[in-house]
Ligand binder design. Structure first.
Ligand SMILES: [Zn+2]
Length: 381
């Protein structure tokens, strides 16, 4: 396992790409810094791209565009930004979690978003189907949220295609922020390759139909085909690159000033040092833990990497934080998930252990794996 020389990303990250020992996210962030005042220019470029995308549709419809939202921190900001900075009339589309999965914080935050005066379409998949898929995706992919993510990403374009609103906004560009090169587009705003996201392509769609008792309900999880995008001239844009203060921390601050509820003091329970991500449901915290067992890094690494690139933390300071919080997810959350999908906690660990990378972790039956590696130091097993 090799680390990026500048941050703490490892080469075990899916679709990672390194140049001279430095990951693409670090390389991109340096390019942006040298351009400095480029954000104004980028905002103009984004506006032009949107104008081209909307083409003849402009002003013909009630809504100019669709913004995909959740009960999380980025949504509040995106909705406001699209309305106030881009001067558009957004329709918000949310794929909500089933009641047993959604947290009270998430429900409150969605209500808060609506109370700010936006129109919102909420789509909620059938609860039993969701449960069955969560268990199967955990067993088959070691990912408790795969089906949830598929429905989140698929719902927004599906509604866009049905309503004929052809411009869609997402927040961050995963290629640039997370180093996932499979979704890289024509330029930094281009989100039309979102369909290549690992979680959407890995394993195909057949498993969904097999996993549920009413196969027709699997349709909800399918990402619309390219041909449908082309017929309706659908374009997806990332807002992040044209946004001078887009970061997890800025978004959380902005959103909480606008009524968003955070989860302060919960980092020993959730492993989330920002207390601001995954507000709307808790099972993603399990995924973050499993990701750590698979690839040797988790969410804490992603958060500190951003801070390293912004020169808010040194690599040394970041290592200490990662040692303390990466891979943390409490027994309480694990028990709640096990109950949700109908398995015991020991079954949970048995399934999880089949996904742990034994090159970099010691695996013990019925217990949490223990890392063999030291954070920030290349490891050869
Ligand atoms: Zn890096």
């Amino acid at each position: 396992m090799k680390y990026c020389k500048a941050c703490l990303t490892t080469d075990l990250r899916p679709n990672s790409s390194f140049k001279d020992g430095v990951c693409i996210a670090c390389e991109y962030s340096e390019q942006v810094k040298t351009q400095d005042s480029a954000f104004q220019v980028k905002l103009e470029l984004l506006k032009q791209a949107i104008k081209r995308s909307r083409g003849k549709q402009a002003n013909k419809q009630a809504y100019d565009c669709i913004v995909g939202v959740s009960g999380g921190k980025d949504s509040t900001r995106q909705a406001h930004w699209v309305r106030d900075r881009l001067g558009l009339r957004p329709l918000l589309v949310c794929c909500a979690y089933p009641p047993k999965q959604m947290t009270q914080v998430g429900a409150d935050n969605l209500s808060n978003l609506i109370s700010m005066g936006f129109d919102l379409i909420t789509v909620t998949p059938a609860p039993t189907t969701s449960q069955q898929l969560a268990l199967t995706s955990f067993k088959e992919f070691g990912n408790v949220c795969k089906s949830t993510e598929m429905s989140l990403f698929s719902t927004v374009p599906r509604i866009a295609i049905e309503l004929g609103v052809n411009t869609i906004f997402w927040g961050e560009n995963p290629a640039l922020q997370m180093g996932d090169s499979a979704v890289e587009g024509f330029d930094e705003f281009d989100g039309n390759n979102l369909r290549n996201l690992n979680t959407l392509v890995d394993g195909g769609y057949k498993w969904l139909e097999r996993a549920i008792s009413e196969p027709y309900k699997s349709e909800h999880y399918f990402y619309p085909e390219q041909i449908l995008f082309e017929k309706k001239h659908i374009n997806i844009f990332y807002l992040g690159p044209a946004w001078d203060d887009w970061s997890n921390e800025d978004n959380a601050t902005y959103a909480s000033l606008n009524g968003l509820t955070l989860r302060p003091g919960d980092e020993n329970d959730t492993g989330d040092i920002s207390n601001a991500s995954m507000l709307d449901e808790e099972f993603t915290n399990i995924n973050m833990m499993i990701k750590y067992f698979k690839f040797g890094f988790g969410r804490t690494t992603d958060i500190v990497n951003e801070q390293i690139r912004n020169h808010e933390l040194t690599r040394e300071q970041a290592i200490k934080i990662v040692k303390q919080y990466d891979g943390v997810c409490s027994d309480r959350i694990i028990k709640r998930f096990a109950d949700y999908v109908g398995i015991s906690v020991s079954q949970f660990w048995d399934i999880t252990n089949t996904y742990v990378n034994s090159d970099i972790f010691h695996i013990k039956k019925g217990a949490r794996p223990i890392p063999k590696f030291q954070v920030g130091i290349d490891y050869v097993s």
